[in-house]
Design a protein around this ligand. Sequence first.
Ligand SMILES: *Cc1c(COP(=O)(O)O)cnc(C)c1O
Length: 382
Amino acid sequence: MTKKKLGLNTICAHIGEVKDEQFKGAVSPMFLSSSYEFLDVEVKRYPRYFNTPNQEYLAKKVAALEHTEAALIFGSGMAAISTMFLAFLKQGDHLVVQNTIYGGTVNFIKEEFPKYGIEYTFTNGYTVEDFEAVIQDNTKLIHIETPSNPKLTITDIKAVAKLGKSKDILTSIDNTFASSVNQNPIDLGIDMVMHSATKYFGGHSDICAGAVASSEAHIERIWNVGKNLGGSLSDMTVWMLERSMKTLGLRVKAQTKNAMKLAKWLDKHPKISKVYYPGLKSHPEHKLAKSQMKGFGAMLSFELTDDLDSEQFQKQLKLIKSSMSLAGVESTLSSPHLTSHSLLTQEERDKIGISDQLIRFSVGIENTKDLKRDIDQAIAAL
Ligand SMILES: *Cc1c(COP(=O)(O)O)cnc(C)c1O
């Protein structure tokens, strides 16, 4: 049986299990050894080498989900992305990076790249022309994020991958928002896919982890840098992540379905002035999203009408929590101007259209009628 032929939920439930040879238990045993035999063994195992049994096997699940030859599990999404960048960029190299990426990635690039002598350019927009316009002779990597945070813009994955190939430049994507359930960028030509596994892979708001999936050759290069940087994940958390990922398909599909229902409902709501969701026909890149995503994801954002105070609104909610992070089975909201984009100036936020009325909504698995009722009662209370 080849992994690619297995269905999503079968991969989630079975690929990457560590067989319990000793007791024949139903689930993977947890191997907590930080010290392994080194004589007469095929693999010299050590937690920081990303090759303890639990780490090695969970990576197979991620690779199967992303249709790649290999993957690595990291201690956080930032450990994954920073290790990936440093594996492919050295002094004098140049990174082309989308302007609407995750704030932590922006900070990493701006604060750390100058220390390594790595150059970078943020694009002016998110179309393939915007990427092409800033490529230099020394560009070695193009990094994209789609759907992006917080306004769910969509970048043409196939076009960017083609652009990279035509100029011998590698391409990488942050696939956290869509998750492997809704988008498989490798099939569209992208070279490397990374995830904050803190989000949908974990899915219960109780794990911090990351992952990168790619070819054997690229993963070996990332491994070589990763063992030096030391960003592997503890086996106890690897085990928890494996358990969480068994329901990844079920969770994300339910959340995606809920998001579509809520986006449509919010779009008609008299107290909501704007909804950003790639599944809505009114979304500027709806057709593109449809062509490259299997589902439109469970993240959306919306703007309250100007007469409503967005902070007070969140305080009035009883079921939906305001929260920094996202992608749990429980619905959460955040104010980008107070969280992910708080380090930007008001002027910078205005430029990219992040108003104080904008709210990012991570839709959970609850019954949508309860979520709608919660939103309505919070608006009524203002
Ligand atoms: C959270 C997040 C990250 C960073 O992941 P951590 O696990 O917090 O290090 C990267 N990209 C996106 C899109 C995220 O949402």
